[in-house]
Design a protein around this ligand. Sequence first.
Ligand code: SF4
Ligand code: SF4
Length: 409
Amino acid sequence: MCLENCNKVLEDNLVAQCGRCGKCRSVCPVFKELRAEPYVARGKVQLYKALLNGTLEATERYRELISFCLLCGQCTENCPNGVETEKIVLRARNKLVDSRGLPFIKRNVFQHMLKNNGRLNRAAGMLYLFQRLGLRSLVRKTGLLPGPLKNMEQLLPAFAARPLRSQLPAVINPPGRVKIKVGYFTGCLSQYVFTETGKNVARILSRAGAQVLIPEQYCCGMPALTAGDRMNTAALARMNITAFQDAGVEVVITDCATCGSAWQNKYPELLGEELPFRAMDISQFLAQWGLPETFGLPQAPVPVTYHDPCHLARYMQVREEPRVLLRGISGVEFTEMREADRCCGASGSFQLEHQDVAARIGERKINSILATGARVVATGCPSCRLQLARLLQGIDADIAVVHPLDLVR
Ligand code: SF4
Ligand code: SF4
């Protein structure tokens, strides 16, 4: 009873903060495209209020409206009353899951795939073969796939031949004395797609004097959390914390903004306890720890720009560190883009469900990139990286999209 009352007070406070000033309308990327009240923070607050007091029900239409949020945090950053729309949207999605359940595919993926590395490895292996054997273009030509699956297939990244963790030892020692024991949380995209980035991260950490520990680990859980599934996210959080605690790490390092934010913000919030070690993005760690000596691009100077992932810039307050890192790499001619921290429209499953809106939001980012004349865009989020690469490819722009550490020799 007490818990119920406390939750009610918390939820009332969350929605009561909104003064309905409408300032969020000027910054929300979704509102800019769709121009209707349910798509902006103020509308989301009212939608949640209506669900709480029973004037709206958890219908499919309601679910659809709540799905139109990138969780980018731009509204919260600019809200005079500090309304945490991201929390409100996640609570609404959680209530939807409580009353309607999850769709069949999501339920099975969150419950049975994300916690089982063997199954994930097999699925990634099959997708690699599917792409490698040319089945992808065959399927595209024949138009065999129905609408939603076709959208998913188009967004599929190129899978690596082997998962990253099967290519790296569980313990990597530095060339000299061990100065610190770090745990490398590879995240699913470095594990299955950007394996070269993962190898760079491990190499640079060990060159900086760290013993790199890579224990058996699991998805960070953010795909489940953003779909409203707190239960499976909490289970994954517990499994990951235990894995790194048992390995005896002093700090967990991430190379993905979303994973980093899961560790820094969501795990303590979900479990109601502090982490037993620090968790940091690789750029944060290197800014504090010091860069290894031999940094630099092998080629002639290259103009490079940087895109701030929402989870790094707004959730983890990591803005300066990647820029310091990039400016410190010889051969990088760093140039800022306009609105570098504006969301690129990727936001995990948002781009799956709202591909057209995500692409329209991304176009503005692409224009900012093109205006810099950069030949390389660096970003610390693999999901942004995929979105930017796809959009740049779509206009035949010869601009590479990389993780900042990929530029380190
Ligand atoms: S800016 Fe904040 S207070 Fe103003 S309408 Fe938006 S959410 Fe409400
Ligand atoms: S989190 Fe981003 S997309 Fe969602 S309402 Fe706020 S500004 Fe709009």
